[in-house]
Design a protein around this ligand. Structure first.
Ligand SMILES: Cc1ncc(COP(=O)(O)O)c(C=O)c1O
Length: 350
């Protein structure tokens, strides 16, 4: 039985064309430390994003930049506001900085409650994380919602727009739903997080970055792990940036598969929130763990959040079909059989 991981929001395609070869070329140099400033990658990002090199801070994944943020911005007892449920690193990096988490519940449709988050800001608040699209539930905030939120937040609070899944919002012409980097322009208390781990297919390389005002970016770089981003990782990220056509093609594939599996899950009667990412959320409540266990027995790992729901990565169609077939057994009673979940499900689950 083949095994599939739909548990960590990776893409199933591997690195972009030519990237693995470039990594292989760097392997003989592994006795050397990498360029600590990641100069070439910083330049490549600065050109692609149209921001200054002094507005960037890199890390071993954007989770490392999350940690730079709380270390740089927070003193013991300060507050960090974020939606909940959201990315699980936020409470961890908050605690590591001896700060206090202020978790603002998501709306019933699994979206950020930005007015409530603005209201949760106090004079102890140093950082607000806005995760868009939200991991694990999927919805993105709109540009209008974000701009309205920014109006309400004091200038001395750092608002972090976490766009780990940004590329999945690009349409066929490469136009994003929301461009956090554009929103940072002229707003020195707003920054963006992005990563090479998701659409670029480099989760194993550990490269992410923040785009911030020069003052904030300099403070973040001071909190970075020295020599953190390895030589092969820097080379892989640079090579990946040159593959925008291929990136868009894979994003289109993920979006098409996402539409298929989400429609199938909804047709079974599940209240699946919108997703602008490469995963979707099924609110299975107390069945979440049992469902994940059953998926595992059929060779597919998904991510259960006990008593809440299950996050399922959009991956190989075969794996998606297996999950849908198992999901059928958990369909809300009111929906009955719920109709077809599509594709080759029946054949895929033995
Ligand atoms: C919302 C969000 N932000 C940041 C990250 C961090 O990713 P990485 O450290 O691989 O760049 C993830 C990873 O799952 C995520 O879901």
């Amino acid at each position: 039985m083949p095994t599939y991981s739909l548990a960590s929001n990776e893409v199933p395609y591997g690195p972009l064309p030519g990237v693995a070869e470039i990594v292989a070329e760097r392997l003989p140099d592994l006795n050397r430390y990498p360029d600590p400033a990641s100069t070439a990658l910083t330049l490549a990002l600065s050109e692609r994003l149209g921001v200054g090199a002094d507005e960037l801070s890199l890390g071993t994944g954007s989770v490392a930049v999350c940690q730079q943020i709380t270390l740089a911005a927070c003193s013991p007892g300060d507050e960090v506001v974020y939606a909940w449920r959201s990315f699980e690193a936020y409470p961890i990096v908050t605690t590591l900085a001896h700060a206090r988490s202020v978790q603002v519940p998501l709306l019933p449709d699994a979206r950020h409650d930005l007015p409530a988050m603005a209201a949760a800001v106090t004079d102890r608040t140093r950082v607000v994380f806005v995760c868009t699209p939200n991991n694990p539930t999927g919805p993105a905030v709109t540009e209008a919602e974000l701009l309205d939120f920014l109006e309400r937040v004091p200038d001395d609070v750092l608002v972090v727009v976490d766009e780990a899944y940004y590329e999945f919002g690009l349409d066929a012409d490469g136009v994003p739903d929301l461009d956090g980097v554009a929103i940072t322009r002229g707003r020195p208390n707003v920054m963006v997080l992005r990563t090479f781990s998701k659409a670029y297919g480099l989760a194993g390389m550990r490269v992410g970055y923040g785009v911030a005002s020069p003052v904030v970016a300099a403070a973040l770089r001071k909190c970075a792990t020295p020599f953190g981003v390895s030589l092969p990782a820097q080379a892989a990220a640079i090579a990946s940036l040159d593959q925008q056509d291929e990136l868009r093609a894979r994003v289109a594939r993920v979006r098409a598969e996402r539409a298929r599996v989400m429609a199938a899950a909804r047709s079974l009667g599940f209240d699946v929130p919108d997703s602008a990412a490469n995963f979707y959320w099924v609110p299975l409540g107390h069945d979440a763990e049992r469902f994940a266990h059953e998926c595992k027995e059929h060779g597919v790992t998904v991510r259960a959040f006990p008593e809440e729901g299950v996050r399922i990565t959009v991956g190989e169609a075969q794996a998606g079909d297996t999950v849908l077939e198992i999901l059928r057994g958990y369909a809300p009673a009111s929906s009955g059989d719920g109709g077809s979940a599509g594709g080759s499900m029946a054949a895929s689950v033995e």
